[in-house]
Design a protein around this ligand. Structure first.
Ligand SMILES: *Cc1c(COP(=O)(O)O)cnc(C)c1O
Length: 393
């Protein structure tokens, strides 16, 4: 099916396997285990000589439909669903690395990802080096004989820095290292890392894939041998599994993914252009604007600039908090990728626990705000932001 149809079609049709009842919508299999006809069949299933579900820690038909559909959208041979985006990253590392291995990580990845590498994986002997998301030669220089994995996120959060996936894939290939891309911000609608040479795609399905702020979920995608042996091997034993219910919710989210992401991106571009015109706004970070330092790369690599806009208001923290506190419509919450527009002050929330020095290095200034654009009317969003912006500075 994957070869024949376009993304729009795959998003609503891929992976469906109907039961004997011929249900039209995907069935939700809320069951922890599956019944065998005989002792002999149980033995065949466990020995993997017969295909079929065994136990929902590693084989649930609803989860399987989600995995096949997302694999079709990313153009991946194989997909393993996980309980959350963080457990997707953990499963990748635990499935593919061992003590003594080294990982190169973009310094602009999600805060919890940095914590995972520094505070947890370090204790188990996996060493990591953090480098600039945008400096390809820094990745090259960071490679050591024991380097096994590159991990990046593009566009980055909250500054929307763009990493050159194809260039980094070439560096990784020459070094014999796997390249993993967290495709959370773009989704396969805007960017397909595997087509650009990446080996692994990671998702937090909690964001755009569900897209309605309901459930947590994640996924790891790539070549069958990498994903099945490594990542599935870890998941079926350790159990950070996506629940069937959450898989079903996200599966329904995938059906409208393209419509949502395109509408949210179009609104984000309009909002970014408008913010650039506001005298109280010092700087706007949005890959779709010609003023963005990697605008050309972004437009080559992504279908558009995406749904996240960050901007700096004049007047530092007080001015930024004033914008947040004067909203009546936009949700003050750290989530993103929702139909409801969200606003965050990174310096005192997502980046609040790191030192001032680290925040400066990451470019997270006190006046910075991040907006995850939803599906409300653009005029209403502009009015909601303007109330605070016009009072700041
Ligand atoms: C939210 C997020 C994660 C973590 O996902 P959870 O589902 O919250 O565990 C990882 N990467 C990025 C880019 C994210 O935005």
């Amino acid at each position: 099916m994957t070869d024949k149809y376009q993304l729009d079609t795959l998003a609503v049709r891929a992976g469906i396997e109907r039961s004997q009842f011929g249900e039209h919508s995907e069935a939700l299999y809320l069951t922890s285990s599956f019944v065998f006809k005989s002792a002999a069949q149980a033995a065949e299933r466990f020995a993997e000589r017969e295909q079929g579900p065994i136990y929902s820690r590693f084989t649930n038909p609803t989860v399987k439909v989600f995995e096949e559909r997302l694999a079709a959208l990313e153009g991946a041979e194989c997909c393993i669903a996980t309980a959350s985006g963080m457990s997707a990253i953990l499963s990748t590392v635990m499935g593919l690395l061992k003590a003594g291995d080294h990982v190169v990580v973009s310094q602009s990845v999600f805060g919890a990802t940095i914590q995972l590498f520094v505070a947890i994986l370090g204790r188990f002997g996996v060493e990591s080096t953090f480098v600039s998301a945008t400096d390809v030669s820094a990745w090259q220089r960071a490679v050591k004989p024991n380097t096994r994995l590159f991990l990046l996120e593009t566009p980055s959060n909250p500054l929307t820095e763009i990493s050159d996936i194809a260039a980094l894939a070439a560096v990784a290939k020459r070094a014999g290292v796997l390249l993993a891309v967290d495709n959370c911000f773009c989704t396969p609608v805007l960017q397909k890392p595997l087509d650009l040479g990446a080996d692994i795609v990671i998702h937090s399905a909690t964001k755009y894939l569900d897209g309605q702020g309901r459930v947590l979920g994640g996924a790891v995608l790539g070549k069958r041998d990498v994903i099945r042996q490594g990542v599935l091997g870890f998941l079926r034993t350790a159990g950070p599994t996506l629940s069937a219910f959450n898989a079903w919710v996200i599966l329904k989210g995938l059906e409208t993914l393209k419509l949502r992401v395109e509408a949210q991106s179009a609104a984000a571009l309009q909002l970014a252009r408008w913010l650039e015109q506001q005298p109280q706004v010092e700087r706007v970070y949005y890959p779709g604007l010609p003023s963005h330092p990697q605008h050309e790369l972004a437009m080559r690599q992504q279908r558009n600039g995406g749904g996240i806009v960050s901007f700096v208001v004049k007047g530092g923290k007080n001015a930024a908090w004033n914008v947040v506190d004067n909203t009546r419509l936009i949700s003050i919450t750290a989530n993103l990728g929702d139909t409801k527009t969200t606003i965050t002050h990174p310096a005192t929330t997502t980046h609040g626990r790191i030192t001032q020095e680290a925040r400066d290095a990451a470019g997270v200034s006190d006046g910075l705000l991040r907006v995850g654009v939803g599906l409300e009317a653009l005029d209403d969003l502009r009015a909601d932001l303007l109330r605070g912006i016009s009072r700041s500075a």
